[in-house]
Design a protein around this ligand. Structure first.
Ligand SMILES: [Zn+2]
Length: 208
């Protein structure tokens, strides 16, 4: 089962992916994670990727695609995978189509206002890496796992979120059109369980 997961940051994409991984036993692949991993290595490719990242530039599509292609050829991808955060643009989807026949695309939809609300409350722990939030009673600014003072990432501030969502909105329509009837749309306005339920039913049907 080769899946693509579409959804803006803050739409609940990560949680949904984890549920699919657990029930369907396929790996979740994030090109962001793969690139970061290679950038840490001392290889020529690693250094090239690191130089893009350090200067705040996007890694070119061709490089990301080569890296992803290599990853998809690994053994754990034999029975499928979930691509998380890729493709983000029509060009990337067209590249991907050269090497992978995607079975389904799950598109998570949530009001932008709700996304902003969720993201501005997000806080990160500098020590244990936990992603926490301010939306609970007794919030005191400390990580609930290790009691370290939490911080807010610059890209979780309202202005940054809004410009990111604008970019997402511009890119998503051509992607949805490209994948056509392979797209399964789900709303994440409810709880994570409510979001996952129809997706699970859909994927079980797909498997048969
Ligand atoms: Zn912590």
């Amino acid at each position: 089962m080769k899946l693509v997961l579409l959804g803006a940051a803050g739409s609940g994409k990560g949680t949904l992916a984890k549920n699919i991984v657990k029930d369907f036993g396929i790996p979740q692949l994030s090109t962001g994670d793969i690139l970061r991993e290679i950038a840490k290595s001392n290889s020529t490719l690693g250094k090239t990727i690191a130089s893009f990242q350090q200067s705040g530039k996007l890694v070119p599509d061709e490089i990301t695609f080569e890296v992803l292609k290599e990853r998809l050829s690994k053994n754990d991808c034999k029975s499928g995978y979930i691509l998380d955060g890729y493709p983000r643009t029509l060009n990337q989807a067209q590249l991907l189509a050269k090497v992978a026949d995607i079975d389904a695309v799950i598109s998570i939809e949530l009001d932008f206002d709700e996304i902003v609300k969720r993201l501005v409350s997000r806080r990160n722990c500098p020590k244990c890496g936990e992603i926490d939030n301010t939306n609970y009673e007794g919030y005191n600014g400390l990580c609930r796992k290790c009691q370290t003072l939490l911080f807010q990432r610059d890209d979780d501030k309202p202005e940054a979120i809004k410009s990111r969502l604008e970019v997402y909105k511009q890119n998503i329509t051509p992607l949805i059109n490209f994948y056509g009837d392979k797209v399964f749309v789900v709303s994440s306005a409810g709880t994570p369980e409510e979001t996952y339920k129809p997706v699970k039913t859909f994927l079980e049907g797909l498997k048969k």
